[in-house]
Design a protein around this ligand. Structure first.
Ligand code: MG
Length: 341
């Protein structure tokens, strides 16, 4: 299997601020694999707070170049092998993993959802993310999001009441709230009671990653689900969240790809927990890979490609908020012609 990689910067439509920090640009990395006349594409959106960067993705991908993975059509063997060869670097693993599924799907002439026995009719409605900003900019973003029936609002930077008041003045749409670890227990207990009264559907990651006891206290007063994001990276994390969080947010970049995401879905379903599939700031390549799995989950937050100006790929579409998968083989993604030149 031939493996190529390159870095590419994504330019954001608006500066994107969460409780973790603000960005205008994201440094992603891409892989292309080739074998027997087929090719597969993959994307890595590494995040500094997981100590992963575009250059560490490229270094990790280099380590895979001389390994004999066997026949790529046995994609489960190949992706398991990939998992073992490099420590950490989950965004790099996600890129290679999705590229293998892409190529295996093309070789079978089946879209990934068919390869995996998933019904594409059952894709959920995706939310559209509103980052932390001034009331003027938030107002503009809410108006830009007119075609999306669900908003996901980032809180946790000290101006939560102002943001929510501003949005609720403009719309009565369903809102999901993501505090990105930004609250204390007392603050969260107070805010959850306020937010559930203004039609908020659920709250994502109110507290820092390890504060599981704090989540249990919030849950005692909360009528709406509390979803783990930063606390739920891979399948092995989920049993430790059971009994505290109501659900988990799966992202390919945190877990290391489709193979691990499917394990997380199975684990969370076994424990009767809610499941969301989310994304980082990514192009239509990684967003499409994740979208194939969304018929298996309760909520989708796949808008990373809608937040950038220079998407180099075409794939999943959104119609009135609903994710629409096409019937092209593999991930169903086409790449701008000169991207790899
Ligand atoms: Mg989140």
């Amino acid at each position: 299997m031939k493996i190529y990689s390159k870095k590419f910067d994504l330019n954001l439509v608006h500066s994107f601020q969460t409780a973790h920090g603000a960005d205008d640009i994201r440094h992603n990395a891409y892989v292309k694999i080739e074998e027997d006349g087929f090719e597969g594409f993959g994307e890595a959106a590494p995040l500094y707070y997981y100590n992963e960067y575009a250059h560490t993705v490229i270094e990790a991908v280099e380590k895979y170049k001389n390994i004999n993975f066997g026949d790529f059509r046995n994609f489960r063997d190949v992706t398991e092998k990939m998992w073992m060869h490099v420590e950490g670097e989950y965004a790099a693993k996600a890129a290679l993993d999705m590229a293998v599924y892409d190529m295996a799907g093309k070789a079978s002439n089946l879209p990934l959802y068919k390869l995996a026995g998933i019904n594409p009719e059952n894709t959920p409605v995706t939310s559209y993310t509103i980052g932390i900003d001034t009331p003027e900019v938030i107002e503009r973003k809410v108006l830009e999001a007119v075609e999306y029936p669900i908003l996901k609002v980032k809180l946790g930077a000290g101006n939560d009441e102002d943001i929510m008041k501003c949005i609720r003045k403009l719309t009565d749409k369903t809102i999901r709230v993501d505090a990105n670890c930004g609250w204390t227990v007392d603050e969260a207990v107070r805010k959850v009671q306020w937010l559930q009264d203004i039609n908020v559907e659920f709250i994502e990651q109110p507290l820092p990653v390890d504060n599981i006891e704090g989540i249990k206290k919030i849950r005692e007063v909360s009528k709406i689900p509390i979803i783990a994001d930063e606390s739920s990276k891979r399948a092995c994390d989920i049993p430790g969240l059971f009994g505290a969080y109501d659900g988990i947010n799966i992202k390919l970049m945190k877990c290391g790809g489709i193979t691990e995401a499917l394990k997380m879905i199975a684990m969370a379903r076994t424990l009767n927990m809610k499941i969301m599939i989310g994304c980082m700031v990514e192009t239509s390549l990684a967003v499409s890979a994740a979208a194939h799995l969304t018929p298996l989950v309760d909520y989708a937050d796949l808008d990373g490609n809608l937040l950038i100006k220079n998407d180099q790929f075409t794939g999943v579409k959104v119609k009135n908020g609903k994710l629409i998968l096409n019937d092209k083989p593999g991930l169903g993604v086409t790449c701008n012609e000169d991207f790899w030149n």
